[in-house]
Write a protein that binds this ligand. Structure first.
Ligand code: RIB
Length: 326
């Protein structure tokens, strides 16, 4: 049987109230008493019950994180940083992979609410999930607009799209293709807007390929394959994430295209993982750790009841990492 607070008190020779005061760091307790309680806890292998404590403090110290999938290196690294920061602040994390499925996301949201999380960080889409907007729920979104009121933290997507497109133009590309996710899901994506604006300014025609099921590798490859038959003249590719860019590079090699001589490629994200396996990829690097820090900062303020004093959108600076694909 698991030891109880009374067992600790008996072994330490103090009252259960004293044990509870030691655990919650309340009131004056001599060092000698504190040591006795901690010794008894160690001997009995006793761990305080966080669930019981949360009933008393009205805080669960739990943060829910909903990501599309942590198999994508961007979301994997983002989750790593979020969890790390949460742990350093004494928060535990409940992690949910929604796979961009509305039903799954709704169920996870309900589950998080039932577990009385103190706040939620969302890196996925909402498509009509209104629960996020209810009550004074502390929610911060990363890269997606959930509502008029929920704060969004992202990198400067417009600037990133502009930088990528301008680089390809500067390098002499005449037919620049954009490989992107589905527009409706990616409402906060200004990358596409910047690509279109920049090309139109240069009197060039945008050519956009949309990948509807971003986590279906086969679908992704099929769509990328179409670029070679429908636009064999394409000599520049801006992929709005590095995974799309990597898939394109594999296909281009199969088609005997030389990179960067025949076609130049710019990706987006610049995760450590992709930089390790594909260091030659020119990409727009997102400040992932900073995004995580900023999202948690805002969430903590919301948890403290502050819902008005921060901007709806926080855009963090991107940087260009130039490799040999351009
Ligand atoms: O790679 C995943 C993409 O979706 C990233 O570019 C990120 O910004 C996210 O929203």
């Amino acid at each position: 049987m698991k030891p109880k607070i009374e067992d600790v008190a008996r072994l330490a020779g103090v009252s259960p109230t004293t044990v509870s005061r030691v655990l919650n760091d309340r009131g004056y307790i001599s060092n000698q008493t504190r040591d006795k309680v901690h010794d008894a806890m160690t001997k009995l292998n006793y761990f305080p019950n966080d669930v019981a404590r949360s009933l008393f403090t009205k805080r669960s110290n739990l943060i829910g994180i909903i990501m599309p999938t942590t198999t994508n290196p961007f979301f994997g690294e983002l989750t790593f940083h979020l969890e790390n920061i949460c742990a350093s602040l004494g928060y535990k994390v409940l992690l949910c992979n929604s796979l961009n499925q509305k039903d799954k996301e709704k169920k996870y949201l309900d589950m998080l609410m039932r577990n009385q999380v103190d706040g939620i960080i969302v890196g996925t889409h909402n498509l009509g999930i209104l629960n996020y907007q209810k009550q004074n729920l502390a929610v911060v979104s990363i890269d997606r607009y959930l509502s008029e009121t929920i704060p969004v933290v992202s990198s400067d997507n417009y600037e990133g799209g502009k930088l990528a497109t301008e680089l390809l133009i500067r390098k002499g590309c005449k037919q620049i293709v954009l490989i992107d996710g589905v527009k409706e899901l990616e409402k906060s994506y200004k990358r596409r807007e910047a690509y279109i604006d920049t090309l139109v300014r240069e009197v060039k025609v945008p050519i956009i390929y949309e990948i509807p099921e971003v986590f279906n590798v086969q679908k992704q490859q099929e769509i990328i394959e179409n670029i070679f038959s429908e636009h064999p003249e394409a000599d520049g590719i801006f992929a709005t994430n590095d995974i799309f860019a990597a898939s394109y590079i594999t296909a281009a090699k199969r088609h005997g295209k030389k990179i960067p001589e025949d076609v130049k490629i710019v990706g987006y994200d610049g995760t450590e993982t992709v930089r390790t396996v594909l260091p030659e990829l020119t990409t727009i690097r997102q400040p992932i750790e900073l995004i995580a820090k900023e999202a948690i900062n805002i969430l903590l303020r919301e948890i403290e009841g502050e819902f008005t004093d921060f901007p709806h959108e926080t855009k963090l600076p991107i940087s260009l990492l130039e490799g040999s694909t351009t």
